[in-house]
Write a protein that binds this ligand. Structure first.
Ligand SMILES: [Mg+2]
Length: 247
């Protein structure tokens, strides 16, 4: 009989997690990015084709200009690269209007989970490529009187980096600011590009599939995919393992 030990490569490392990195939009906050992208398309004559599936696959998690270009390309708009600047600017304007209107809401399961991880005493970071993430998180107040942003020890949201997700740079920077080996971090992400970035940085990917898009997150390399953070076994996490709660 061949045992698992004999089949495992000698270099395999057992992962013991001890820090958490969170994407913001779609993970912690129901932020109106997708709506702003869609509404900003009016005038480009292509708003029909802008679906949630396309947004998740091509736009979510990317820096603004790359996202604009990817969306226009996916929609077959001529001169996508040239028109991306104008589209990105219109999207930003619409997003700021939506934030001012109070369109940003926190996911209750995310607030519970972040508090549970904080209670474990783990270092935690937020890492969104969005330049609007700080303002959005500051607008969410916790029971303790803190803002959502105050609970994180490191914040690398909106930093100017040479490459966006799926490049791991933003998550590696977060791990570095937490003073934790990336291999001991998990990354909670709702976009395949973010999961790919986590894996490329040797971190464990926790896919948060809030929009019936679990398959794309699994394909991208997520170790665990949940539709709510309530499905994560916090007792297992305390031991350094990312697992679903038994059904
Ligand atoms: Mg996201």
């Amino acid at each position: 009989m061949v045992t698992r030990e004999l089949l495992a490569p000698r270099s395999i490392q057992v992962r013991t997690l001890r820090a958490a990195i969170f994407d913001v939009d779609g993970v912690l906050l129901a932020s109106p990015h997708e709506r702003a992208w869609r509404e900003a398309l009016r005038g480009f004559g292509e708003s029909e084709g802008f679906t949630t599936a396309m947004y998740q696959a091509d736009v979510a998690g990317k820096p603004r200009l790359s996202g604009a270009r990817a969306a226009l390309e996916a929609l077959g708009v001529p001169d996508a690269a040239g028109r991306a600047v104008a589209y990105a600017a219109r999207k930003q304007k619409r997003l700021e209007e939506l934030i001012a209107e109070g369109a940003v809401k926190a996911f209750p399961d995310a607030l519970r989970f972040v508090q549970a991880v904080a209670d474990l005493g783990w270092p935690m970071a937020v890492a969104s490529s969005s330049k609007n993430a700080n303002e959005m998180m500051r607008s969410i107040r916790l029971g303790s009187g803190q803002s959502l942003l105050d609970i994180f020890g490191a914040n690398v949201c909106g930093r100017d980096l040479p490459r966006g997700k799926p490049d791991p740079a933003i998550f590696l920077l977060a791990a570095s600011e937490l003073h934790v080996d990336p291999f001991q971090c998990f990354v909670a992400e709702d976009a395949p590009a973010g999961i790919k970035a986590a894996c490329a940085g040797r971190m464990e990917g926790l896919g948060v599939a809030r929009k019936n898009d679990a398959a794309g997150l699994r394909t991208a390399g997520a170790e665990v995919v949940v539709t709510s953070f309530d499905d994560i076994a916090v007792e297992e996490l305390a031991e350094g393992r990312l697992r679903r709660r038994p059904a």
